[in-house]
Ligand binder design. Structure first.
Ligand code: ATP
Length: 262
């Protein structure tokens, strides 16, 4: 494993530390090579957000949590990037929202499944779906290895939380009538556009914020949750995310000191 020391006073310390987790994940077989490219695409959009959670994303996170709390059989689909970036938070979130974790990979191999399993178990997971061949089912709408799902998990769920997903599978899950919740920094990806709930934020910030929302809503009645759900609209929030990015770029273009970095 690489262990590059990033100086704490580096202006991009956090971003570089997160990048190291992804690179280490690749060396440990948790992250696929293509996962590095996906991460870089996310970093670019995070720059535009200002690398902090904007107000609209908090509303998207609330909408996601309310949907997960209302679901009969919610599931969280985990890939290599999710396992490398926030294993502890995703395990904690799974427990408090009562949604099992299912390992589901585009670049599937026993080696990668085992590596991800190890990371999640170390982070405190006690039961993982998606790895027992006795429970494999096929989503016919898909041609690649992500078509293999767990009959106790994604196959029978009504609501799938799939952070950092690709568009094909999001569309296939929607066609099957499932509600799909995603986290994706690119508001224009096919995943973002096709999901039932899209969170335009970095997963590193989003999941801890969602944990707080679950705690806040835990004591709420079904009626109160339904009431709050009616006040939030996925399409309007996604439109807000694009407008936020566009407005921020225009504001920055007028900021004189931005062009005097020395
Ligand atoms: P699509 O098929 O949905 O059009 P894609 O081809 O970009 O998108 P992937 O590469 O599988 O599909 O998607 C990875 C997505 O995850 C990208 O849109 C990227 O912006 C996003 N992403 C990467 N890292 C993060 C992160 N840390 N937090 C949130 N989103 C991220």
């Amino acid at each position: 494993m690489r262990n590059h020391q990033i100086p704490k006073d580096h202006p991009r310390y956090l971003s570089l530390t997160i990048r190291e987790s992804i690179i280490n994940g690749m060396h440990n077989k948790v992250v696929a090579e293509a996962g590095l490219i996906a991460h870089g695409r996310g970093e670019a959009f995070d720059y535009i957000l200002g690398e902090e959670t904007p107000p609209f994303a908090l509303k998207q996170e609330r909408l996601a949590v309310l949907n997960l709390l209302e679901a009969k059989h919610p599931i969280i689909s985990v890939n290599g990037n999710v396992a490398a970036l926030c294993p502890n938070d995703i395990v904690r979130f799974s427990k408090i929202v009562n949604a099992p974790l299912e390992i589901n990979l585009f670049y599937r191999s026993k080696e990668r499944e085992d590596a991800i399993k190890e990371v999640l178990l170390k982070a405190g997971a006690d039961h993982l779906l998606g790895i027992d061949p006795d429970y494999q089912e096929i989503i016919k709408e898909l041609s690649h290895s992500r078509r293999i799902v767990d009959s106790r998990g994604i196959a029978s769920s009504d609501c799938v939380f799939v952070p950092l997903e690709d568009g094909d599978r999001t569309l296939a899950l929607r066609k099957l009538g499932k509600s799909v919740i995603t986290i994706d920094l690119n508001p224009l990806s096919r995943t973002s556009l096709a999901a039932s709930v899209t969170i335009t934020n970095n997963i590193i910030r989003a999941v801890p914020e969602m944990i707080k929302f679950v705690e806040e809503y835990r004591a709420c009645s079904h009626d109160s949750i339904t009431n709050q759900l009616m006040k939030l609209n996925n399409k309007a929030l996604l439109q807000e995310s694009l407008k936020f990015m566009a407005d921020r770029l225009i504001l920055l273009s007028r900021e004189e000191k931005l062009f005097n970095l020395s």
